[in-house]
Design a protein around this ligand. Structure first.
Ligand code: COA
Ligand code: AMP
Length: 633
């Protein structure tokens, strides 16, 4: 089978194609229809199909002879801990914790927020929710209380699950303090918080609200899986949008399970029984799909790594894990490779380990520069595959589908469209662009199974953000072009979303915080190129009249404010005071042009600009302050 034939068939006969792929998972009741539209007119998959995602990830494998295989390796250099769970053991843990949740009143359709570090209990909690048909929403640990509060108020959880702390290299993060602050800010209050106490930090529990995880487990009865509809939500994952308010991306059960199973085999070329490692965090979509659900549904062993690519203890950490667990497929962000390359440019540490089990390295989460791709290819001597997707899609949209056919790798390109994704590069008028010319990346609707069916409780925003601008297409928010041979090159976001070290963030959220400082008259936060993190945010600030504050003083205050309100993960570290910002005559700040200036890219002065001379001033300001650098190719 060639990629071309397989892809064509997915597009010409989508119902037959996705019916066949659905055969790969164990339904309690097979769907009556493959693609259909719901009462709101939105595209859905697998009508009346019944299943349980936790059953697919665990029970199914135990019932089919995989019980003794390791399902989860936990490797935590930051706490000096290693642990492993077979499918049978993990199932028992999940059954018991599902019993805890049930005992606290959680049932099908309820929401549960999980604000936890990278420990096995997080995986257990997520799967326990799925077992009961409850909808989990994991919030990444690097977000500040306000961000957690926004998510609590939107998801309105029955319960909040947390741990006493996380460990960032050698610094303990007090999770309970963040949870307490967020609950003070949130209007919605969950019925209870269940807290996993870690050895290195003990959280004080609030009587009547907080319950000790281990104590509850001691008295729990195991709970069995609940049948859900294919279209029932499995989880909500909040992601940065173009406003300060995050979007609650919804994932259903049926399409998700089919898509992930399909991707494990055909995109990643993984076989059941192999070890698949996504070096990411459960708080991001990569963690949901490829630390948790994808490998487990496919019968692979997965790794939960509580550490960094460097400094835990050194830049050989990834290679150690590959040797120790005989990793077959590794997935990480280019930033992680850049961090390793910086510490160990000649790959000396790599020579200490046997990485011969590794067949493929997949990279995503941000644009991958050619130098990083080539460096890792040379170091590992295996295909390194850049692939592109989003929280919204939940699985890759562009890739090299190595499980079908390994196509020649074109550095700089994220590959060709994955089965089910009809990709078009359009001009602003929606008309297709010729090969080689940059435009907006659109995907034909219906999107394939597994992609978001909507935003949590906000159909209007779902339609206005993604579907209404180009009828018949899903708007990805990315720019790019396609070459003569069909390889797609993603050039970056065309909106105010940035990717800092593979973490998706909204500059608007940061701008809101900066604008709230009493000395700030107006401001713009833009994402500029950064050699290590891909992009970093920089704030440009116009002071209110009469304010007498040094740039260094203001920078210190604003950096602290953004850490407190958005979180350290934003990596907001730089502020420049400017006399004015470039604006259109109607007052819109020209952030895109500012970005071009910082990235030293050519731009043309827009005809709508109020006063073009401000651009020259900004150029001089950035040069004087050493802000910006050209994009690595
Ligand atoms: N809880 C609390 N704080 C967290 C956190 C968490 N789960 N994750 C990150 N942070 C904090 C960090 O401690 C750091 O704080 P600091 O400014 O006080 O040092 C800040 O958020 C930024 O973190 P990070 O982006 O991890 O930067 P870093 O400089 O510590 O490490 C890399 C750089 C390249 C090693 C790291 O970004 C990395 O491993 N990237 C891989 C990307 C990835 O996994 N992407 C996910 C999508 S595939
Ligand atoms: P997230 O929703 O966090 O997965 O971030 C999605 C965004 O990350 C995309 O819209 C892209 O802007 C960017 N992205 C992800 N993968 C790639 C890639 N391989 N190349 C370029 N950009 C990428």
């Amino acid at each position: 089978m060639t990629y071309q034939d397989f892809y064509r068939r997915s597009m010409s006969e989508p119902d037959a194609f996705w019916r066949e792929q659905a055969e790969a998972i164990a339904w309690f009741k097979k769907p009556d229809e493959i693609h259909f539209k719901d009462e709101k007119g939105l595209h859905r998959w697998y009508k009346n199909g019944k299943l349980n995602t936790c059953y697919l990830a665990l029970d199914y494998h135990v019932e089919n002879g995989r019980g003794e295989q390791v399902a989860l390796y936990y490797d935590s250099p930051v706490t000096n801990t290693k642990k492993q769970y077979t499918f049978s053991e993990l199932l028992e843990e999940v059954r018991l914790f599902a019993g805890v949740l049930k005992g606290k009143g959680v049932s099908k359709g309820d929401t549960v927020i999980i604000y936890m570090p990278m420990i096995p209990e997080t995986v257990i909690a997520v799967l326990a929710c799925a077992r009961l048909g409850a909808i989990h929403s994991v919030v990444f640990g690097g977000f500040a209380p306000r961000e957690l509060a926004i998510r609590i108020d939107d998801a309105k959880p029955e319960l909040l699950l947390t741990a006493s702390g996380g460990m960032e290299i050698d610094r303990a993060i007090d999770y309970m303090k963040i949870v307490n602050a967020s609950l003070e800010e949130a209007k919605h209050q969950p019925e209870a918080c269940i807290v996993y106490q870690r050895d290195f930090i003990t959280a004080p529990l609030k009587a009547g609200r907080d319950f000790d995880w281990k104590a509850l487990l001691a008295g729990a009865e195991p709970a069995e899986y609940v049948e859900v509809e294919a279209t029932d939500p499995l989880y909500i994952l909040y992601t940065s949008g173009t406003t300060g308010r995050p979007k609650g991306v919804v994932r259903d059960n049926g399409g998700h399970a089919v898509a992930l199973k399909f991707s494990m085999k055909y995109i990643y070329g993984a076989e059941p029984g192999e070890v698949y490692w996504a070096a990411s965090d459960v708080g991001w979509v990569v963690g949901h799909s490829y630390i948790l659900y994808g490998p487990l549904i496919h019968g692979c062993s997965t790794i939960l790594y509580e550490g960094k690519p460097v400094r835990t203890p050194d830049a050989g950490a990834f290679w150690r894990l590959i040797e120790e667990y005989k990793v077959r497929v590794l997935f990480t962000a280019p930033t992680a490779i850049r961090a390793i390359k910086k510490e160990d440019p000649n790959g000396k540490l790599k020579q200490q380990y046997d990485t011969s089990s590794l067949k493929y390295l997949f990279l995503a989460g941000e644009r991958c520069d050619v130098a990083t791709l080539e460096w890792s290819e040379q170091l590992l001597g295996i295909p390194v595959i850049d692939h592109w997707w989003q929280t919204e899609s939940g699985w890759p949209m562009l890739a090299n589908m190595v499980g079908v056919e390994l196509l020649p790798i074109r550095p700089g390109s994220a590959g060709k469209p994955v089965c089910g994704y009809g990709l078009q590069i359009s001009g602003p008028d929606g008309k297709p662009m010729p090969a080689g010319q940059e435009g907006i990346v659109l995907i034909e609707t219906p999107l394939p199974p597994g992609c978001l069916p909507g935003l949590w409780n906000d159909t209007n925003r779902f339609i206005s953000s993604y579907l209404s601008a180009y009828p018949g297409y899903y708007f990805t928010g990315d720019g790019g072009y396609i070459d003569e041979e069909g390889y797609v090159f993603i050039t970056g976001r065309i909106d105010d979303i940035i990717n800092v070290a593979g973490h998706r963030l909204s500059t608007s959220a940061m701008e809101e915080v900066v604008a709230s400082h009493p000395a700030v008259a107006e401001c713009a936060v833009i994402g500029i190129n950064d050699r290590m993190k891909g992009q970093i945010p920089v704030g440009f600030v116009v002071l209110k009249g009469g304010v007498n504050k040094s740039e260094a003083e203001l920078e210190k205050e604003l950096v602290q404010m953004v850490r407190e309100k958005v979180g350290p993960v934003a990596a907001f570290k730089r502020v420049a005071i400017t006399q004015r910002l470039p604006k259109t005559r109607s007052g819109k700040i020209l952030r895109r042009i500012m970005r071009f200036i910082a990235d030293q890219e050519p731009y043309s002065t827009p005809s709508t600009i109020e006063d073009g001379s401000v651009l020259g001033e900004l150029e001089m300001l950035m040069k004087a302050k050493g802000i910006g650098e050209p994009k690595a190719v």
